[in-house]
Structures are given as structure tokens and as C-alpha cells.
Write a protein that binds this ligand. Structure first.
Ligand SMILES: Cc1cc2nc3c(=O)[nH]c(=O)nc-3n(C[C@H](O)[C@H](O)[C@H](O)COP(=O)(O)OP(=O)(O)OC[C@H]3O[C@@H](n4cnc5c(N)ncnc54)[C@H](O)[C@@H]3O)c2cc1C
Length: 310
């Protein structure tokens, strides 16, 4: 909404840096949102293995299963692509049961609830989209470039995360910037002019959407496009394909938006398409691999930081 082309003109930055959590619980029954198997489990001694019980992390990093999030996520993704398997595994069978259940009671219970006993079975895991480092560009007081529009939290790009993100830094982002914003607003809140004559939504000329399937199907397609072409490992050809597909979805959804009565589902779809476009376009423009953005066409990190892309 802050960016919305040609209308709000808010600045948005770093949208190509999307963090994937390496070890979401793989549940073939499908679950939304997915359940995360904390990285602390690897810190506690859990070891990443393939279906045959073979370790693979030594091929990617000398820290093996204790390598950072982005490296582990890429390694799992690569092993899945090489083997064609739908998940990799976290082996905790060698760990002490009392210790494991005391440290990770929720993970233990969750696994047991889907028929996996972490003391007897390897836990199936898969990377999952987790955190957006980019967003509305704000300064150190949470001010965007739009007058009187403040932002904090995951929707922003504060610069705190750079191209990658340390776990739990969102707490810092939400708490520190929320406080700073409040401190910045408080002295001037009584003198601000806030427009209170925003016209009502004009739905004239639109009709009720007859077919919700147009929205639900587009949402599915959007997820497919982003998962298949703009995931953990990117390439020019995949990104180009994503942009072409997104353009079609964008046009179809704008037509729906202009001609039918709006609904929360339609607005959300429209917003998601905008975000997907920004992620994909930003990824296309970054001709290097840096932090959370990895592309096979430019696997090296440039020696300098590219200027703001958006
Ligand atoms: C599974 C998981 C585990 C995580 N664990 C950690 C962790 O251990 N430590 C850590 O620091 N971070 C963690 N994170 C990240 C962290 O939770 C988020 O970054 C943080 O909660 C974002 O807070 P927020 O207030 O910016 O956004 P949100 O919590 O997403 O809040 C945004 C709110 O806006 C509402 N909203 C959306 N659109 C509209 C609209 N149009 N109108 C009105 N309301 C709207 C939403 O309903 C929502 O309530 C985790 C994230 C996930 C997914």
C-alpha cells in the first residue's frame, strides 16, 4: 500500500532478501502455517540426514548441521533437488529422551501427533519461507518518505538486517522502532493535521463477484509461481518466467478489482501480487549473490554494495 505505483510513491527496499527457515516440519497432509522445528534442536545435537540416514552438510559447510540458516536452507533445497525427495530429515534418535522432551516439549508433542516419534524416527523437515528483510524504507525514527507515515516491524526495511537476518532480530525491530516512533510522534501529535474527509469507497458500476474460484485459483497459482521460480536458489530464466506469469495474474486481478465489488480476499490477492512482483523484480536487478539472495547466474558477491534498487 505504501508503494502502490504512481499513487502513494513510498520507497521500498531490499525486497529480494527473503529468509527461509531451514527446518519446518514436513507434513504430507499439508498444514498452513507450517510448524517450525526450532534451530535449537540442531544446537542440541540433532543432525541433518537424507532419507538413507546419510549426513550431507559436510559437503556444504565445515560447521555441518550448525551452519547458518541460509546455508542450511540452500543445502537442504539442493539435496531435495538432487534426490527428488520431498524432504530431508533431522536425526535426534541418539539424543537422551528426558533431555529432549524437557528442552523441546512442543516439538516432541507435535511430532508424536503426526505419528513421528523423534526418539525412534528421523523428523522430516523442509525449508519454509520465513521472514522478509526488505520493506518500506524508514529512517532511524521509523519515518517513511511519505509525510506522516511511520512504519515498524516486518513490513519495513530499517537496515537492521542488511542482506541477511540473525534469528530473533525482529523482536529488536518491533520493540526499538515502536518506541522511537512513539517518541517522535508524541511531541507533535496535537499539532498534526490529519485529513478526516477521506471519501467513502465508491462501488458504483461494479458487480458482485460471481465466482470466488477466480480469486482462490489465482492465489494458488501465485504460491506455485513464487515457490517454483523465486525460492531459495534463483536464476535469470526462472525469474523471467515468474515475471511473465505474474504479469498475467496482475492483469486478471486488476480487471476483477475494477469491475467487481471488493472483498478482503480480492484485496489480499492484489497486495500479494504486488509483493511477489517486488520480490521478483528486485531479485532480477541484483546481479550478484549476497546474503539471502542466491542466483546461479551470479554466484559471487560483488565487492561493492549495489545502490538502492527501488
Ligand atoms: C513461525 C515463526 C516463528 C518466528 N520466530 C521468531 C523468533 O523466535 N524471534 C523473532 O524475533 N522473530 C520470529 N519470527 C518473526 C516475527 O514473528 C515477525 O517478524 C513479527 O511477529 C512481525 O511483527 P509485525 O508486528 O511487524 O507483523 P505481524 O505480526 O505480521 O502483524 C501485522 C498485523 O497486521 C494485520 N494486518 C495485515 N493487513 C492488515 C490490514 N489491511 N488491515 C489491518 N490489519 C492488517 C495482521 O493481521 C497482523 O495482525 C517468527 C516468524 C514465524 C512465522
Amino acid at each position: 500500500m505504501a508503494l502502490r505505483w504512481g499513487i502513494a510513491k513510498g520507497w521500498v527496499e531490499n525486497m529480494e532478501f527473503v529468509q527461509f527457515h531451514p527446518t519446518a516440519l514436513y507434513n504430507p497432509a499439508g498444514e498452513n502455517p507450517v510448524f517450525l522445528v526450532s534451530e535449537a534442536v540442531r544446537g542440541y545435537g540433532g543432525i541433518l540426514k537424507n532419507r538413507n540416514g546419510e549426513e550431507f552438510m559436510h559437503k556444504y559447510d565445515e560447521r555441518k548441521s550448525l551452519a547458518p540458516r541460509d546455508i542450511v536452507a540452500r543445502a537442504i533445497d539442493n539435496e531435495m533437488k538432487l534426490s527428488g525427495d520431498e524432504c530431508m530429515f533431522l536425526d535426534c534418535r541418539h539424543l537422551n529422551k528426558e533431555g529432549f522432551t524437557a528442552h523441546f516439549p512442543t516439538i516432541y508433542e507435535k511430532c508424536m501427533s503426526i505419528g513421528i516419534d523423534p526418539m525412534k524416527d528421523m523428523i522430516p523437515v523442509v525449508p519454509a519461507c520465513h521472514y522478509m528483510c526488505g520493506g518500506i524504507k524508514v529512517d532511524e525514527m521509523g519515518r517513511s518518505n511519505i509525510q506522516q507515515l511511520y512504519a515498524c516491524g516486518e513490513c519495513t526495511c530499517t537496515g537492521l538486517h542488511g542482506a541477511n537476518r540473525l534469528a530473533s532480530n525482529s523482536l529488536l525491530e518491533a520493540m526499538v522502532f515502536a518506541k522511537r516512533i512513539a517518541e517522535d510522534i508524541l511531541p507533535k501529535i496535537n499539532h498534526l493535521s490529519i485529513k478526516d474527509s477521506i471519501p467513502d469507497w465508491d462501488a458504483q458500476g461494479t458487480t458482485d463477484p460471481k465466482e470466488m474460484v477466480l480469486i482462490t485459483q489465482s492465489l494458488k497459482e501465485l504460491k506455485e509461481i513464487m515457490s517454483s521460480y523465486v525460492g531459495i536458489v534463483r536464476s535469470n530464466v526462472r525469474l523471467k518466467r515468474a515475471l511473465d506469469r505474474l504479469w498475467i495474474l496482475y492483469q486478471e486481478t486488476e480487471e476483477l478489482y475494477n469491475n467487481t465489488t471488493i472483498s478482503p480476499q480480492l484485496c489480499e490477492l492484489r497486495n500479494l501480487i504486488s509483493i511477489a512482483y517486488l520480490v521478483t523484480r528486485s531479485a532480477t536487478m541484483r546481479r550478484e549473490s549476497r546474503g539471502l539472495h542466491y542466483t546461479t547466474d551470479y554466484p559471487e558477491k560483488l565487492g561493492f554494495v549495489q545502490e538502492s534498487l527501488l
